[in-house]
Design a protein around this ligand. Structure first.
Ligand code: PAF
Length: 283
């Protein structure tokens, strides 16, 4: 695996691969890699000859400075995992490389509407940070295909919309959430849970599964399903931010008899903010 810290040197290598008619597949990450990321890397191989991964902890998407400062740096282990996974190139830019004039001064990419609801409502500015850095990374790497996890369902939708509306010539592929054996979605944030919280954490997924069953059984009272889920999370020691049944195509609030749905949730457990979702087509 070749490592690149600067845009020019990475572009030179990418140019050679492109000249050899090799397709470039890109997996952007913030490091602290777990099995979910490695699944993206593994799937990337199905889409082209060269797999490029970036590790960049993007300050623009952290609405809380302490959260940014505390984000784990596991570069040595990450590099070993990516080498073993057969990644061709790792892009490791500094903040100065991505934001030469500081991120506050940088031009920004805003996907309006979708970025302001759910996680966007609770983390103001977060998705502007995500779309800005992903747009920059796309312009640096110029990938044919880019892969993102479905755990970050809203992020994936926002990136799809950005690519569509701004005509980025890249195909976006969503990859199913990797879960621990008890159902907890894999996330870098799980490392913030203590042993007791880790035991409790899978409740979030179990409540999503219960809500899905209710919908599949024909319960059309979404407000009650959502309220009961919020209560169950609180009872289980979580501090829920939202639990919401939405239309899958645009994340608008669903009506009782809607068909193509996604249930999304975000809740704090101790110091960890966990998010998860579950899709269903009740038709
Ligand atoms: O999902 C993530 O890890 C980040 O939001 C991303 C897409 C790498 C942008 O910083």
């Amino acid at each position: 695996m070749q490592r690149f810290n600067h845009i020019g040197e990475l572009r030179q290598q990418l140019h050679c691969w492109r000249m050899a008619a090799e397709r470039i597949v890109f997996v952007p990450t913030m490091g602290n890699l777990h099995r979910g990321h490695l699944r993206l890397v593994e799937k990337a191989r199905d889409h082209g000859q060269r797999v490029v991964v970036s590790i960049f902890v993007n300050p623009m998407q952290f609405n809380d400075k302490d959260d940014f400062a505390a984000y784990p740096n596991t570069l040595v282990q990450d590099c070993a995992k990516l080498t073993e996974a057969g990644v061709d190139a790792l892009f490791l830019p500094s903040v100065e490389v991505i934001y030469p004039d500081g991120y506050q001064q940088s031009s920004k990419v805003v996907v309006s509407g979708l970025s302001d609801i759910l996680c966007g409502e609770h983390r103001p500015g977060h998705f502007i940070g995500v779309t800005t850095v992903v747009a920059k990374l796309f312009n640096i790497v110029l990938p044919d295909v880019a892969l993102f996890g479905e755990k970050d369902f809203q992020q994936l939708m926002i990136i799809r919309r950005m690519v569509d509306e701004l005509c980025f010539p890249v195909e976006i592929v969503g990859i199913e959430t990797e879960r621990e054996s008890d159902g907890l979605a894999m996330s870098s944030r799980n490392g913030y849970l203590n042993a007791e919280e880790r035991q409790q954490a899978s409740l979030l997924y179990r409540i999503l599964v219960q809500a899905k069953s209710q919908l599949l059984l024909g319960n059309e009272n979404l407000a009650v399903i959502e309220a009961l889920a919020m209560q169950a999370l609180q009872k289980g020691g979580f501090r829920p931010e939202y639990f919401s049944v939405r239309n899958r195509n645009d994340l608008s609030k669903a009506q009782g008899n809607a068909q193509d749905l996604v249930i999304l949730a975000a809740a704090w457990l101790g110091k960890a903010r966990l998010i998860d979702n579950i899709c269903l087509n009740s038709g």
